[in-house]
Design a protein around this ligand. Structure first.
Ligand SMILES: Cc1cc2nc3c(=O)[nH]c(=O)nc-3n(C[C@H](O)[C@H](O)[C@H](O)COP(=O)(O)OP(=O)(O)OC[C@H]3O[C@@H](n4cnc5c(N)ncnc54)[C@H](O)[C@@H]3O)c2cc1C
Length: 471
């Protein structure tokens, strides 16, 4: 891909900056586009050209943009509609570096989590991101749990290869006697120890990724909401025929505090988290070659959308990704007011369909305990409130202490309080079976879909995968 001709935005925009430095602003004028003729552009907008446009500055979009900027073979622009990076799912999670134990062996979740785990520890060490390899126990209470854990142990040891950093087995089983010795407050019939599990300061990780994008010549622009996308067909030649994108790519309109901006991008990465279905819908609505065969045959393509969800398969670049609809699954966290009762992460045996990993115990960097997340499918993707009458009620806290009490009996409802919530962007609706991540590229447009847990752990590996799809 050739180097983009860098134009500037016509108006000052809010850009990301390292703490302690002033915001770099785009100023008007160097390279205005010709009056626009498409549905995306309008006469009052100006154009900016870029090789890689990443939509969404959560941890995944940041990791992808960092990877592409560091690559150095094209310009990279990362945009987000919010005034700061990582304000949605990426700052409302457990901050656990998962080991990749639970998911089907041939799934992207397994592959990218195992690879991402290794990359995460390397990155954190290299760039001084606060993290800790705490290890974790998955604790079983009944014979059926123990059988599950033994099978998980066999699977993990078959799946996760030894590495230079971690040459020993990734998991092993311990007896109740060993458990009592190491964690006297934990109860259970047996536990699986996951050696590679840890925690990371997700905010610090995102700050460093943002800084590295800029150090490598990329831009991170905030308060920049993508509102329209259309493919520039090779025949139309694009607005700047003969420019870097060779007349191909995508014309993307964004709303900023100072007016609309149009970016012409050779490649687009949709990393919009909970909004990924809407962002892809913008492209599908305007660009026939991104409609699925079923949509193309339909009189009104919009009527088809959600029903194709189950047909999304692994990456098949010759076909556009069928439309999809995300479900929003809220998870609340309960903090514990008191000194920590354990020194590592403690998980119960997970739900069968892996909708969540069970109400587990996590530690933050300061060693404080919190429990969660629970599972509540909701209609809204932007409602992070804690309903004190339900979720925060005494009855609810008693329920949490009962669930947690199975493995940590000392936890009382009076020491718990509902703290914060995150929302999972799920492909699986309530009661539906496991769904994998979808990472799909077609004609330079990459969709990252259903990037729920273990998306934080997998972020650097997803970025590596995206680079492989594009180059
Ligand atoms: C409760 C919970 C617990 C979790 N725990 C863990 C864990 O312990 N370990 C782990 O590995 N993973 C965990 N995850 C998963 C992890 O948090 C996510 O996979 C990850 O944060 C997803 O990052 P993202 O960048 O894809 O999405 P987001 O962080 O949601 O970022 C998407 C961004 O896109 C932007 N955007 C959307 N639409 C537009 C638009 N039109 N224009 C411009 N910008 C737009 C948004 O503003 C947002 O900033 C958890 C998730 C949840 C909900």
């Amino acid at each position: 891909m050739s180097q983009a001709r860098r134009a500037t935005f016509s108006t000052p925009l809010v850009t990301y900056s390292k703490p302690g430095t002033s915001n770099r602003l785009f100023t008007s004028g160097a390279s205005r586009g010709s009056p626009a003729t498409s549905t995306v552009a309008s006469p009052e907008t100006f154009e900016y050209e870029v090789d890689h446009l990443v939509i969404g500055a959560g941890v995944v979009g940041l990791a992808v943009a960092e990877r592409l900027a560091v690559r150095g073979s094209g310009s990279t622009l990362l945009v987000d509609k919010n005034p700061a990076v990582g304000q949605e799912t990426s700052s409302r999670n457990s901050e656990v570096i998962h080991a990749g134990l639970y998911y089907p062996p041939d799934s992207l979740k397994t592959r990218l989590c195992i690879r991402g785990n290794e990359m995460m520890y390397d990155f954190c060490e290299k760039y001084n991101v606060e993290h800790r390899q705490t290890t974790k126990w998955v604790v079983g209470q009944h014979d059926a749990d123990v059988a599950y854990l033994e099978a998980l142990n066999t699977k993990a040891n078959r799946l996760i290869p030894p590495s230079q950093r971690m040459p020993g087995p990734p998991t092993y089983m311990i007896t109740p006697e060993q458990m009592r010795k190491d964690e006297p407050n934990v109860r259970g019939q047996a536990a699986l120890v996951s050696v590679r599990t840890g925690i990371v300061d997700a905010h610090e990780l995102m700050t460093i990724l943002g800084s590295r994008i800029q150090e490598h010549g990329g831009d991170v622009v905030l308060q920049c909401a993508v509102t329209a996308i259309e493919q520039i067909s090779p025949q139309s030649g694009g607005v700047h025929g003969g420019s870097v994108t060779g007349g191909r790519g995508f014309r993307v309109r964004m709303e900023t505090p100072t007016g609309p901006v149009v970016v012409k991008a050779a490649t687009v990465i949709n990393s919009a988290g909970l909004h990924a279905d809407k962002v892809y819908g913008l492209l599908q609505g305007s660009s026939p070659s991104f409609l699925s065969p079923l949509q193309r045959d339909a009189k009104d393509p919009s009527t088809i959308t959600p029903s194709l969800t189950s047909s999304i398969s692994a990456n098949s670049p010759t076909q556009p990704l069928p439309p999809f609809k995300l479900h929003y699954c809220k998870g609340h966290y309960y903090s514990y007011s008191g000194p920590a009762l354990v020194s590592r992460l403690i998980y119960p045996v997970p739900d069968k369909n892996l909708v969540g990993l069970g109400t587990h115990l996590i530690l933050d960097m300061a060693g404080r305990m919190r429990f969660g997340p629970d599972i509540l499918y909701v209609d809204r993707l932007d409602d992070y409130t804690i309903d004190l009458e339900t979720v925060g009620s005494l009855k609810s806290l008693e329920l949490v202490s009962e669930v947690v009490g199975a493995y940590l009996p000392k936890v009382k409802a009076s020491s718990l309080y509902a703290d914060y919530a995150g929302i999972r962007p799920k492909l699986a609706g309530p009661g539906e079976p496991f769904r994998d991540f979808v990472v799909h590229e077609h004609e330079g447009f990459v969709n990252l879909v259903g990037i729920e847990s273990p998306g934080l752990t997998s972020s650097l590996a997803i970025a590596e995968y995206v680079e492989q799809l594009l180059y």
